[in-house]
Design a protein. Structure first.
Ligand SMILES: Nc1ncnc2c1ncn2[C@@H]1O[C@H](COP(=O)(O)OP(=O)(O)O)[C@@H](O)[C@H]1O
Lengths: 357, 240
């Protein structure tokens, strides 16, 4: 089985060709990061314009590198949401056109399902169900991955996504964009105990996250310092990173306890999304997994951040189960993974069309 | 080269309508058009297959594709272009991109073509997308986005002193703005682009070799509308 994957839900334009035998024949990502940097965040109209400019050329390259023609494909998988709607549309329409041109099945993939299934692309032995901590620029969720197309959301952020929190914090500290790597770099030289910052929801029951109070506290700490020196900013960055890490570890520990309390034993703890690149977060989650006797699986950074190989792979998993989509599939800005909970597997596919979450 | 043997599929999603037409044997042999505000992304590709099927052909058997590149709704333009570029890539076929304004001008009835044509689309907030063409559809001005009040200036700057005929959703606003200084009449053509006109025009241009090197890129006529962030601020979502 050979599937072309297309991803345009945010600020990466990506195309990849992947096989059912887990071979990634090509995997190209074009980051628009520099285009958005002057704005301190992703500008939706700029993102959409850039996707339409580059996507067809990128797909042509991905096909060429893979050494396959469009007629060799068994399906075309494109991210259909959630994400910036104008950006999502570019990839979905291109995918529909390619599928229609050659009468191939269309897989309208949920971007979050792409992240959720990505560890199975490199770990063939990874069995369902597993616990997923998804930490990216747009999302912060704890999910039980029960099967393809079957997810139980245990917790989510009630305000900012965790990557977004890193980006905003970096802006406050004038460390540049994207914020995550900048905070991590600055934090290396800082004492994380010098500035007292809150840990929202820490110790409270449940698995939800909150980061906006932490961001506000950081703002006040910055303001209290007049003009923070480089050393001050390192301390602030380190304190912020540690506070975020404490929250992530606490909520993940709750999720494990919650599952075990209802007699569900996950086969592994998986961490995905761009924030999984953070070494302090990795270290703490490793400790947690070891302490709880859970196998930890963190896909390599290339597969953690937005990419099309994971979309192609999710397409392969769906195609293998007959979960194809019709050509009138809707692009969706919002699309929670667990909205079909309670429906029979497969029954959710046609019903999904046009629904706004 | 004659367009008789040419099979050309064209579509438009740049404004409120979604329309598709199939050109073969020198005429439009199948077409569909619906008002599809907010439903272009769902409607377009199934419509392309229906129109091809009605013309007893398939997408893979089409020789050329044609699409409107704007001006119009940014999202609508991209829905059309992403689809068109996807088809052209997947089937290795040439793609012809025409402006919505040219398609509007080409759509007015033969009998009303006695004067230069002003195509005007409503761009919201007192603005228009507008372009002036002569009787044979050669452009007399660049397509542009402008305030309604600037319209007489556009017509004058094109060196035009003749009476004009106006087409498009901006027709009423344009006529009102031109009335004091320029003799202008309404045309009866479709106020939004139509794929039947698009494919006819694309076939004509193909025949005359007029589409060589026609880069198919969006014609937005307006900036993305964001301002660089210079101020330190806590608010405002980066993932807006
Ligand atoms: N080392 C890091 N530490 C913390 N956050 C990081 C790190 N590297 C990247 N990030 C964050 O990850 C996010 C990007 O991840 P990605 O999965 O591409 O997310 P999205 O597509 O949802 O924006 C950004 O918010 C970025 O700041």
């Amino acid at each position: 089985m050979i599937v072309l994957g297309i991803e345009t839900s945010c600020d990466e334009t990506a195309a990849a060709v992947v096989t059912g035998e887990r071979r990634v024949l090509s995997d190209i990502v074009l980051s628009q990061c520099a285009d958005h940097a002057p704005y301190g965040g992703v500008v939706p109209e700029i993102a959409a314009r850039s996707h339409v400019e580059h996507l067809d050329g990128l797909i042509a390259r991905a096909m060429e590198e893979a050494g396959v023609g469009f007629t060799d494909l068994d399906g075309v998988a494109a991210t259909a949401g959630p994400g910036l709607i104008g950006a999502v549309m570019v990839g979905l329409m291109t995918g529909k056109a390619i599928a229609a041109a050659h009468d191939k099945p269309l897989l309208a993939v949920n971007h979050l399902e792409g992240h959720a299934l990505s560890p199975r692309l490199i770990a063939p032995d990874l069995q369902f169900p597993y616990l997923l901590l998804l930490v990216s620029g747009g999302h912060c969720q704890l999910l039980l991955v029960e099967e393809v197309d079957s997810y139980r959301r245990l917790g989510t952020t009630i305000d900012d996504a965790v990557g977004e929190a890193f980006d905003k914090a970096a802006m406050l500290l004038e460390l540049g964009y994207p914020g995550g790597p900048a905070i991590e770099r600055a934090a290396k030289d800082g004492d994380p105990t010098r500035v007292a910052l809150p840990r929202p929801l820490l110790g409270r029951p449940g698995c939800d996250f909150s980061f906006s109070g932490l961001k506000t506290a950081l703002l006040h700490a910055v303001q209290a310092m007049d003009t923070p020196s480089e050393g001050d900013r390192a301390e602030l960055a380190a304190s912020f990173q540690t506070a975020v890490t404490d929250v992530l570890a606490d909520r993940t520990a709750n999720a494990i306890a919650m599952l075990r309390g209802s007699n569900v034993e996950p086969t592994a703890l998986v961490v995905a999304g761009g924030v999984a690149a953070n070494s302090e977060i990795r270290r703490r989650i490793e400790e947690l997994a070891a302490a709880r006797g859970l196998v930890l699986n963190i896909p390599p950074p290339r597969l953690c951040t937005d990419n099309a190989a994971m979309i192609a792979w999710a397409g392969i998993e769906r195609l293998a189960r007959g979960l194809t989509d019709s050509l009138d599939a809707s692009p969706r800005a919002r699309w929670p993974l667990d909205e079909d909970a309670g429906l029979a597997q497969g029954a959710g596919v046609p019903g999904r069309l046009g629904r706004k979450a | 080269m004659t367009s008789d043997g040419l099979t050309l599929l064209g579509f438009d999603t740049a404004t409120t309508a979604c329309s598709t037409a199939l050109w073969a044997g020198g005429e439009v042999i199948a077409h569909r058009r619906i008002e599809a505000v907010g439903r272009h992304a769902e409607t377009l590709v199934p419509m392309l297959r229906e129109v091809a099927a009605e013309g007893n052909t398939t997408l893979a058997a089409v020789d050329r594709f044609a699409v409107t590149v704007g001006p119009g709704s940014f999202t609508g333009i991209r829905i059309g272009l992403a689809t068109a570029r996807g088809l052209a890539l997947a089937l290795n076929r040439p793609l012809i991109g025409l402006s919505t304004l040219e398609v509007l001008a080409a759509g007015i009835p033969e009998a009303e073509r006695g004067r230069p044509i002003l195509a005007a689309l409503d761009a919201g907030r007192g603005r228009l997308y507008a372009q002036l063409f002569d009787r044979s559809l050669s452009a007399l001005s660049e397509p542009q986005a402008l305030h309604v009040e600037a319209l007489p200036g556009l017509v004058a700057a094109a060196g035009n002193s003749e009476p004009v005929v106006v087409v498009g959703t901006g027709q009423a606003a344009a006529l009102a703005a031109l009335a004091p200084t320029i003799d202008a009449l309404p045309a009866t053509g479709s106020p939004t682009p139509d794929a039947r006109v698009l494919v006819r025009r694309a076939a004509t241009l193909t025949e005359s070799g007029g589409v060589e090197g026609n880069a198919v890129r969006p014609l937005y006529l307006r900036e993305a509308g964001a301002r660089p962030r210079t101020q330190l601020a806590a608010g405002g979502p980066p993932h807006a």
